[in-house]
Design a binder for this molecule. Structure first.
Ligand SMILES: [Zn+2]
Length: 470
């Protein structure tokens, strides 16, 4: 409650300062205008929300409330410094930290922003971090995503988002999607848009009490650290052009209420981040599909294997909607949901963790969709199992295929035996598959140690509860 009060007071204060300073700034600074946009402000909100959901299923968030709320405070300060003509009451700005090493941040239409841990660690000052955030916020405030899509650009935002958030159940267009889960992230804006985001970013910095030159300095910092910068440091315009342009704009701006320079808190946050295990790169995340929560919940040890000591499945079930409502399923209410790459696991406490850098499960059920080349259910299922067996010498078929049903459609059931990677105990893996209307394979994979039969009933109940709406 106290932090809420402080925050409100802070916003009021920043707004007040911004208003009094405006006549001066408005005369001098570069004027920026909206581009034509055939989408509504509500479309921005809706698209951003879908993309955020997708982003959070792809990227591991850093679960550290201290770091997150610090970034949020900086973000709020910047948001309240957005010039009034670029404010949209419909937008909901929020800020989360991704546990990735790349020096980058991205913001989605309508307000969701994701700041990489690597960016916070690389910045030399809070101002440099705020600079990247102000740049990204400017793309959002100027509605660049939907403006670019309005131009009908082939790989524009809407194509990306429709593909992505259409999810696996999105119908046509799903094909491209398989390779495009990162499309939002890799979205490239035109040179003109990048320059606008730099200029408005510098203006927002000044209004929020930061030195706008810190936005320019961040380019130098990124270069000094061997490049990178991802979407933020786009190759057009060149970093040196951007550096010069921002510093030119900075000369036109007056920094409100003196430069904010809270280096102590920033240093404390960086120190805290250094205490964690090295963050993976975006490319590593994409390769392994690994996205266990990292941070306070798992501690900073390299591995945190599952204990395999778990409670019996509760006899009370709760309905859960997964894959953007594409599937409804009931799961024991003492299990929790873990999003792991493209699949969703439901597991009891103690049944999952990290082992040799991989997410490992001892008990639980997972769901996912596989793209296979075969329209025949049995051969598609075999493709899936071959995929599971790759790099796992212990996985063996232990029975043939049996016919069953899932959500009222034909399904196949088969069991495999395995040795759990983390506990070394023999386990039974049940694979149940059916086909979606678009021909993709929907699967449920349930795992428990071989001698723990009390999970069998739970798996049956879960299987019977599945409702697919494709
Ligand atoms: Zn940009």
């Amino acid at each position: 409650m106290i932090s809420q009060l402080n925050r409100r007071a802070l916003i009021a204060w920043v707004a007040l300062v911004a208003i009094t300073a405006m006549p001066f700034s408005a005369l001098a600074q570069t004027q920026i205008k909206y581009h034509s946009n055939k989408y509504s402000v509500q479309d921005d909100v809706k698209l951003g929300r879908q993309a955020a959901q997708e982003a959070e299923s792809q990227f591991p968030l850093l679960r550290d409330e201290t770091v997150r709320s610090y970034v949020e405070d900086v973000g709020r300060r910047l948001v309240s410094a957005i010039p009034s003509e670029f404010q949209h009451p419909e937008f909901q700005y929020y800020f989360k930290v991704i546990n990735a090493r790349d020096i980058n941040a991205f913001a989605l239409p309508g307000g969701p922003m994701y700041v990489n841990r690597g960016m916070i660690e690389a910045a030399r000052t809070e101002g440099e971090m705020a600079g990247v955030m102000a740049h990204e916020l400017s793309h959002v405030a100027l509605r660049h995503g939907t403006a670019q899509a309005s131009k009908g650009q082939k790989y524009g935002l809407l194509a990306g988002i429709a593909g992505i958030a259409g999810t696996i159940f999105g119908g046509p267009g799903v094909g491209q999607l398989a390779q495009a889960p990162f499309a939002v992230y890799m979205l490239k804006f035109s040179r003109e848009y990048e320059t606008e985001a730099d200029v408005l970013g510098a203006q927002i910095m000044a209004r929020a009490g930061y030195d706008p030159r810190d936005l320019a300095n961040m380019f130098r910092t990124i270069e000094a650290q061997g490049g990178g910068g991802g979407g933020f440091l786009s190759d057009h315009p060149s970093p040196s052009d951007r550096y010069a342009r921002i510093n030119r704009e900075a000369q036109l701006l007056r920094v409100n209420a003196g430069v904010r320079n809270d280096s102590r808190e920033f240093a404390r946050i960086q120190e805290r981040l250094r205490g964690y295990q090295r963050a993976p790169t975006m490319a590593e995340i994409q390769r392994t599909g690994q996205r266990s929560p990292v941070g306070e919940t798992t501690g900073n040890t390299p591995d945190n294997p599952p204990t395999g000591r778990v409670s019996y499945p509760s006899s009370r079930y709760e309905n859960v909607s997964i894959f953007n409502g594409g599937v409804q399923v009931s799961v024991p209410n003492n299990w929790r949901q873990v999003n792991d790459g493209n699949s969703v696991w439901f597991v009891p406490e103690g049944a999952y963790g990290q082992y040799n850098g991989q997410a490992v499960y001892t008990h639980g059920a997972s769901f996912g969709v596989a793209q296979t080349n075969s329209r025949n259910l049995q051969s598609a299922t075999q493709d899936l199992i071959n995929g599971l067996a790759q790099g796992n010498n212990n996985l063996r078929a232990s029975g043939g295929y049996q016919r069953t049903t899932m959500s009222g459609r034909n399904a196949l059931f088969t069991t495999l035996s395995n040795v759990n990677e983390a506990t070394g105990r023999p386990e039974t893996v049940r694979v149940i598959t059916t086909q979606l209307r678009n021909g993709q394979l929907f699967y449920m994979i349930a795992v428990a140690p071989q001698n723990e039969r009390n999970f069998e009933n739970a798996f049956q109940t879960i299987l019977q509860s599945i409702r697919i709406n494709d």
